[in-house]
Design a protein around this ligand. Structure first.
Ligand code: GLN
Length: 272
């Protein structure tokens, strides 16, 4: 029998990734391996690990192989039906929370929720908030709902395209969204994790701005007076998004940069 350390070396993966997949296969915390790497691994588990390693070498995202990804300190189940939550999207959650500090029992709408990472993180951080989330994909909503249940978040779910998912009445204090914003034909779609993620969560199949445009154009009729909006976008889309919001009459239109220093989210507020 081979030891965990030997299997890690054979895997052709970086030590970090090998350790993550080994820990997952063995059902142990990654730190356990530091002290037990020399112990033999049963042939069945060794095979299971080596086949995961082979899939990883073919490019399958780590998050799909182990079935989860951490976001805002919570473990979210992810499958290829949903986009893998990104660290930069935590900025959107933080900006959303910041914008609601003076609002009692805020109502929040997350459009295109995917795994539910944004909506659920907000619901858990703001226990008095009423959070509504939509997605056009029934498979994504099923993942989001199971995440909410496991993490103990109460969310109102609606299936459909952007605002058409919602019942006629109801307005919100804040709209947030991480919509598909990669332009069609962008070479990034054929690289790295993106190759395995749902195309409809990544690209609008157009110039990258069409979902953002739809979200901005419908926002005013779904916001309370003084309500706000925050959207994630591509590093080169801050200007067009700011123009959309300014043209639609929003105030305090501003962009925030992510940890890489790239323009990543833009928001604004409706006048009272
Ligand atoms: N941030 C993702 C990426 O480019 C895109 C996600 C999205 O389109 N919302 O990796």
């Amino acid at each position: 029998m081979r030891s965990a350390d030997e299997l890690a070396r054979m895997s052709g993966l970086s030590r970090l990734e090998a350790r993550m997949l080994l820990a997952y296969t063995l059902g142990r915390p990654a730190a356990w391996l530091l002290a037990h790497g020399d112990e033999p691994v049963s042939p069945e588990l060794a095979d299971a690990f080596l086949s995961l390693a082979a899939r990883r070498r073919q490019g399958e995202p780590m998050a799909y192989l182990v079935g989860e990804r951490e976001f805002m300190g919570h473990a979210f189940v992810v499958t290829p039906a949903v986009l893998i939550p990104r660290p930069e999207t935590e900025l959107l959650v933080e900006a959303a929370m910041q914008s609601l500090t003076n609002v009692k029992s805020p109502s929040i709408l997350d459009l295109g929720t995917g795994s539910g990472a944004i909506a659920i993180s907000l619901a858990l951080a703001l226990p008095d908030a009423r959070v509504t989330a939509t997605d056009i994909s029934a498979d994504a909503l099923a993942i989001a709902q199971s995440n909410a249940q496991r993490l103990g978040a109460r969310i109102q779910w609606w299936q459909g395209s952007w605002y058409t998912a919602l019942p006629a009445e109801g307005r919100f204090d804040l709209i947030v969204s991480n919509p598909p914003y990669v332009r069609s034909g962008d070479p990034h779609l054929a690289q790295g994790d993106l190759r395995f993620e749902p195309v409809s969560a990544l690209t609008d199949g157009d110039d990258g701005l069409s979902a953002l445009r739809q979200i901005v154009s419908g926002a005013a009729t779904h916001l309370n007076p003084g309500g706000g909006i925050w959207m994630e976008h591509g590093f080169d889309q801050a200007n067009p998004v700011r123009v959309m919001l300014t043209d639609a009459g929003y105030n305090h239109v501003r962009t925030m940069v992510d940890l890489a220093g790239l323009d990543r989210i833009t928001g604004g507020t409706l006048s009272l």
